[in-house]
Design a protein around this ligand. Structure first.
Ligand code: ZN
Length: 240
């Protein structure tokens, strides 16, 4: 079971997944939660091929004005949890109002813990030059000859999944999705179990992802996580 120190950083107990603290730039953190917050998690996928360690490092940088995104943690495919924002402070992961723990609130960020999972998100299955089926992250920007992303959508060789990872892709509700690793789902489960105990969360408060709050703008954490993985995480985290 994880504990948190007075500053809001997680500490693993024996047998828990590893936690690496990589504090986000101060402008990516909001004020302290007001009691009795936080009331629920919001699940996200990173929707890039960037490893969690690098994504967490990216948040240590000063963002452009108005683009100060962050989340409390990123759960890596290796099962390591990277914590960027203390559990007692607001992170910037979901815009606007919504229903949290059964109540309409003006700011979802102001009473939720943002949990990112390292995952490419939506995929497209496109035959390669040899007519073999290949999976590509989607949406993404086609790169020009010098490797710079351009403003048009298209298959990007840098976002092609290798065959082993492609074999883990799941088709749910007509949408191909990147899969998750056993280590990653184990770490997310251990984390949710600990957070639920810390903050008194109920199971029915813990089933929401980013798409539930911003359906016009966001698809994460994508149908495979919502339909296949999240119920499994909730079953294990709330087994007792
Ligand atoms: Zn998101």
């Amino acid at each position: 079971m994880f504990t948190r120190d007075t500053l809001g950083w997680l500490h693993p107990d024996d047998g828990d997944p590893r936690v690496v603290v990589v504090p986000a730039h101060s402008s990516r953190m909001g004020t302290f939660f007001s009691a009795p917050s936080p009331r629920a998690p919001v699940f996200h996928t990173t929707d890039t091929a960037t490893p969690a360690a690098l994504a967490a490092k990216h948040w240590t940088g000063d963002p452009l004005p108005g683009l100060a995104a962050s989340a409390h943690v990123i759960v890596g495919r290796d099962g390591v949890i990277y914590q960027s924002v203390p559990l007692n402070r607001i992170a910037w992961h979901a815009r606007g109002k919504g229903i949290v723990a059964g109540r309409e609130v003006p700011s979802v960020n102001s009473c939720t813990i943002g949990i990112e999972l390292e995952n490419i998100g939506g995929l497209r299955r496109i035959p390669d030059a040899q007519q073999r089926p290949a999976f590509y992250g989607w949406p993404y920007w086609r790169r020009d000859a010098s490797g710079n992303p351009r403003q048009s959508l298209g298959p990007d060789p840098l976002l092609r999944l290798d065959d082993a990872r492609g074999a883990q892709a799941r088709l749910v509700g007509g949408q191909w999705c990147d899969g998750f690793t056993v280590e990653q789902i184990g770490a997310a489960t251990a984390l949710l179990l600990s957070l639920a105990r810390m903050f008194g969360w109920r199971r029915e408060w813990c089933g929401k992802g980013h798409v539930d709050y911003e359906p016009a703008r966001k698809s994460d954490p994508w149908p495979a996580f919502i339909v296949n993985y999240l119920p499994q995480i909730l079953d294990l985290a709330f087994a007792h």
